[in-house]
Write a protein that binds this ligand. Structure first.
Ligand code: F3S
Length: 385
């Protein structure tokens, strides 16, 4: 891979261990995947923030980077933490664990990272079509490539951090226009509700390897449905983006696949809501202002059942902008938790009810608890009067 003089200097360690490590990571990745050079990125987003998930090794690694004097060189954001400053919402964390999570955020801040932890950086960091970026949150990767026309591979936490430090990423994968072409046509029928779009994403992810699908048979779809589709697609599969052909006329040389109502219904049979969930999680991926407004409208003047804990997760920025909606939700007995995610937090629950296919899968796989799925309006009807 071709390196400039400046990149060679970093790789040789002449600017310190942190920059050298960052250069080694991106060069190694570039060599493995056949990149020819490094290209500039405009922003980066790092997963790998939860102390609950990563523990002391994360702190030790970040502390070494800080000690070496390196900093990120482009605007860089963070994924949700297990707990965020000002948000004592963890159900069963010890004080020591909360302190250690704070330490992770403090170290990221020292590296120059914006610590408003959220998995939806696209709601508060401006990007333009054609920007190359390095994102390591899979739902944000699919959303940004597909809906915003941004170019990002599915990075791991360390490679996104390395790219953030250098301000560059190797030009392989989805940074190459050839690799952004749709490879497979999928005919969809019978998908209407938001949770059905999540199910569609999960079924697509299971059916595809990493081929980019071109979806047909759909009518104009809201942003929140597309967000659920992309998040679920990235949960069960590896594609970094999808296209939708609303005209149903576009031709591509690729296999054809069909997904219909019967498959969607079958998927949902595995997530049928029960009458006694003890935990409700909305905001996976983190709520937009519009979603916060909709939840507040449904909860206005109501009270949530006392045996149910409701978390509505969003970014600190969206919570601030939607403070009046957050107050309505909290008056009803819910909690608008900014900067955190139930899946990487210390929650004490047996059954999660959610509108998010991604969260329902992770509840079982990561938290080891049961989970079920319903539309937001049906959830509110079940849990509040
Ligand atoms: Fe975000 Fe957590 Fe869902 S990181 S996408 S809220 S699992």
């Amino acid at each position: 891979m071709y390196l400039t003089k400046e990149e060679e200097v970093l790789l040789k360690g002449e600017k310190g261990w942190g920059y050298q490590l960052a250069a080694k990571i991106v060069v190694k990745l570039g060599d493995i995947f056949g990149a020819t050079r490094l290209i500039r990125i405009t922003t980066a987003h790092i997963a790998g923030v939860s102390y609950k998930s990563l523990g002391e090794p994360l702190i030790e690694f970040l502390a070494e980077l800080v000690k070496s004097g390196c900093k990120v060189s482009v605007p860089t954001t963070l994924n949700p933490a297990a707990f965020h400053e000002g948000e004592i919402c963890a159900h069963k964390a010890t004080l020591k664990e909360l302190e250690r999570q704070k330490e992770v955020l403090r170290l990221y801040k020292k590296l120059g990272v914006i610590t408003h932890a959220s998995c939806t950086p696209y709601y508060f960091v401006k990007v333009r079509r054609g920007d190359h970026v390095s994102y390591s949150e899979s739902s944000a990767v699919v959303y940004s490539n597909s809906l915003l026309g941004v170019w990002t591979n599915r990075e791991g936490g360390p490679s996104a951090l390395a790219s953030a430090i250098l301000g560059k990423t190797p030009n392989y994968g989805i940074h190459d226009p050839e690799n952004r072409k749709p490879k497979l046509k999928v005919k969809i029928s019978g998908v209407e509700k938001e949770v059905e779009y999540g199910a569609l994403g999960a079924l697509l992810g299971e059916a595809l390897e990493n081929e980019i699908p071109l979806l047909t048979g759909l009518k104009s779809i809201s942003e929140s449905k597309l967000k659920q589709l992309g998040a679920a697609l990235a949960t069960t599969g590896m594609p970094s983006m999808f296209y939708i052909d609303y005209s149903n006329r576009r031709k591509i040389d690729g296999e054809k696949l069909e997904i219909d109502k019967r498959q969607i219904r079958k998927f949902h049979e595995n997530f049928t809501p029960i009458a006694t969930p003890d935990f409700v999680f909305l905001g996976c991926p983190h709520c937009s202002l519009d979603e916060l407004r909709k939840i507040a409208k449904l909860l206005r003047g109501k009270k949530i059942r006392e045996d149910i804990c409701l978390w509505v997760c969003t970014s600190p920025q969206v919570r601030k902008r939607g403070l009046k909606y957050a107050r309505i939700i909290e008056k009803a007995g819910g909690r608008v938790a900014a900067g955190i995610c139930a899946v990487v937090s210390w929650i004490d629950a047996n059954h999660m009810l959610t509108n998010s296919v991604k969260a329902s899968i992770y509840a079982r796989k990561v938290l080891g608890i049961d989970s079920s799925l319903a539309e937001i309006k049906d959830i509110i009807q079940m849990i509040a009067k």
